[in-house]
Structure formats: structure tokens, C-alpha cells
Ligand binder design. Sequence first.
Ligand code: HEC
Ligand code: HEC
Length: 414
Amino acid sequence: MRIEQIRPRWSARTIVVLTFFLAVVGGAIAGCTAAQPGAASAPTGFDVPGDMLPQTIAEGRQIFRFETFGDEQFWTDTARMHEVVQKSVSPTTALSVGLKVDAEAIPADVAAAIKAGQVDLDSPATTVTLLKLNAVVGLKGTVNTVGGRDTLVRLGITCALCHSTVDNSFAKGIGRRMDGWPNTDLNVGAIVALSPAITPAQKAVYGSWGAGKYDPRYNLDGKSTPLVLPPAYGLASIRNETFTAEGPISYWNAYVAITQMHGRGNFADPRLGIDIRQSPDLVAPKLAALRAYQHSLQTPAPPAGSFDAAAAARGRSVFNANCASCHVGATGTDNNSGVLHDPSETGMSAAYAMRTANKRYRTTPLRGLWQHPPYFHDGSAATLDAVVAHYNNARRLGLSASQQSDLVQFLKSL
Ligand code: HEC
Ligand code: HEC
């Protein structure tokens, strides 16, 4: 279709009337938004310009998988994790806390030896070898020869630690990388709790989070309401990231890289009273490529036969009638037009929201739901059946049992 075919032929008068109407309605909407408390916008400067060229995406992939932003300054110099791993983390232990191994980084002879049971998976030295091969997803080790022996001298973490998993094609926990898929097995708290640098009180908190969860503010405000590790795929059309819509993707990437991974860079957010400056800034120059890579990550389609298509089609109408007012359009979120929801609107705990800049939750864009249970920011719904039962109760929807099961099938199809 050529552009002139769709250009509306409006008279000047119609345009004047329309402009007036839009100004009035726009004013009303703006007034309503302004009346909501805590709606200060995210600090600017994070939405850096960038392109989606193949080489930019490839660069972003490298950063997502392997870049530590200099966070060894924490994980090595402060937390001494290199010593912990060298001394006591065998591959069996690593896999048991949900760490994943990239099978494609393992040379064929080593892979064959593992298959033949000739590699000691209960020895920390094997973990050091895997780190030397750059095969542990989300961990970046520097291995030097010290006294004729492979020694782990530096250790840092990357984005892939929490936001990648593997397809288990080689063995459980060992396979091809699946970037953007949250590592729902990863027990970040248990890993951090191994550090000799933390106090017994902190250890108790880290130990309480469990697999697939992390609290990205505990080290700042001392409170603990851990969040589900969310997918980093399917975000290309989403305006604000995180459960509480803190800001655009690069804002959050910088927040995590600097305040959580402890990478080197500048991050300031007056809303949260954070002002960290470290030069050289190893984060800012990487944000555009990192964003391009994340935006290239597509939502994985549900496996064939994983839902009942006829029931899902019926479930779509149940969804349209009860859910689509917030989970709007193709993105599945009304936050692209700036809307946030009070925790009580969806029957959510307010505890986490109260610790954030906006104090309210973003309608989560629904994507790859089949792939990443549990649901809601705190993982309070273990299954999609539990999600639907929660809404039926919290919003008094009065859905019949068959409407509920149709809706579940529809959610499985997203
Ligand atoms: C220690 C685990 C961990 C690491 C490492 C980590 N994240 Fe996250 N990430 C989280 C958690 C937890 C959240 C949920 C925060 C929220 O939504 O409030 C999150 C949220 C996100 C989101 C928002 C997803 C959404 O639904 O809107 C994106 C995108 C993201 N992270 C990308 C990254 C990138 C890029 C890096 C590396 C710079 C990174 N993360 C490092 C744990 C981690
Ligand atoms: C009033 C707005 C609103 C309505 C109506 C609504 N939702 Fe939500 N939805 C939200 C918000 C806000 C969240 C984030 C809540 C949280 O994580 O604590 C959410 C989260 C979800 C999630 C979790 C996604 C994830 O990845 O964890 C699912 C699934 C979901 N909603 C499905 C539904 C279904 C099904 C309905 C209809 C029965 C519905 N929603 C109705 C606002 C709404």
C-alpha cells in the first residue's frame, strides 16, 4: 500500500476540532497520571542511540555472555569466590546449585572423556578446567599456571549467569546455550552464601531465597523480598523493564551491572538515592550493543503438543473479557502507555513494590509463559492454573472450571 492511499483527507476544520479534543483528553490523562504518587521518571541518559545491525547484535551477544564489566573487583577481591571455587566447588556441586555448562565450549576429546566417565566430576580442579575453557555459563575465570598447576586467579560474573540456561543436550545442566531464558534452577543466594566475606546474618538471608530467585536490592536497602529471575527475551517492543517499570532496558542493565554485579561504571538514580561513580566506565559504552542483543532475542514458541489448541481458542475469549484491559494488544502490557498498577488491583504483595521508585507493578508482558514458572514477581503462583485461580479469586471473576482451564490453555500458547 502506498502512503498516499492511507493518508486521511481531513479538512482543516476537522483537524482543529480533533486537536482540541486530543488536548482535552490528553490533559485529563496527564492529570490522572500526575495524581498518582511516585511517578517520577527514570533518570535520563540510559536510552542511548543504537542500531540493530548484525555486527552490533553479535557484539551484544559477546557482552551478554562474557563481559564482567570489571566485576572481579567484587567477586574476586572482596568476595574471594575464586578461592571458594578452587577449593570446594566440584562440577557436581556447581550443577547442584543450578550452574550450567556450555557443551559447545568443551573440546571433543574432553566431551568423550566425560561421556566415558573418565573425568572426575567431584573434583574442584575439573571446575577450574571448565572455567579455563570458558564453559561455565555466566562465570568468567582467569586461570594461570601457578607452581605447574592450573590456578583460578580471577573470577567474575556475566549477565548470562541469571538470564541464560542450556538445553541439556549433553547431560542435565550441560548443553547448548539458551540466551534470554531465565535460569530457573540457579540458586544465586546459595552461591553468594559460599563467600567468606559475608556475615552469618547475610548468609541466612541469601540462603532463604531458593532456586530461580534473586533480590536485586537487598545489598542496598537490607530488605529481602526475592524476585523470580525473569526472561530477557521478547522485550523488543516493551518500553520499561522490570516488574516495577523502573526505566528503559539500558537503565536496568546499567543498574544491575553496577549495583548488583559490581561492575565498574557510573550509575545514579536520585529516586533511589544511588550515586556510584567509578572510572573508567566499563558499562556505558556497552549498553547500546547489549540492548540490541536483548531486543534480538525472540520469545520461544511453545513446544508442539504442549497445549490444546481448541481450548486455547476458547480461552482467548475468556482472556479478552477478563485480562486484556491490562494485558493489552500484542505486547500484553498497558505500561507502554505509562500505566502502573497498585498491588491491590491484582491481589499482589506490596512489599517489593514499596522498595522501588514507582511503588506499583507494571503489567507483565506475557511471553513464553510455558517456559518460566513460577509466575508473578515473587513467584507466588507455581503454575498457570494457580495464576488463573488467583485472579478468579482476587478480582472476583466468577469463572467456571471450564473457563479457567480454557484460559490456562490459552496462556500456555503464548
Ligand atoms: C544475579 C542475577 C542477575 C544477573 C547477573 C542479571 N540479572 Fe537481569 N534480572 C535479575 C532479576 C532478579 C530481575 C528482575 C528485576 C525486576 O524485574 O524488578 C532482572 C531483570 C532483568 C530484565 C528485565 C526483564 C523484564 O521482564 O522486563 C532484563 C532485560 C535483564 N534483567 C537483563 C540483564 C542484563 C543485560 C544483565 C547483565 C548486565 C543482567 N540482567 C544481569 C537478575 C539478574
Ligand atoms: C488490573 C490489571 C490486570 C488485569 C486485569 C490482569 N492482569 Fe495479569 N498482571 C498484571 C500485573 C500488574 C502483573 C504483575 C504482577 C506481579 O508480578 O506481581 C500481572 C502478571 C501476570 C502474569 C505473570 C506473568 C509472569 O511472567 O510472571 C500472568 C500469567 C498474568 N498476569 C495473567 C493474567 C490473566 C490470565 C488475567 C485475567 C484473568 C490477568 N492477568 C489480568 C495486571 C493485570
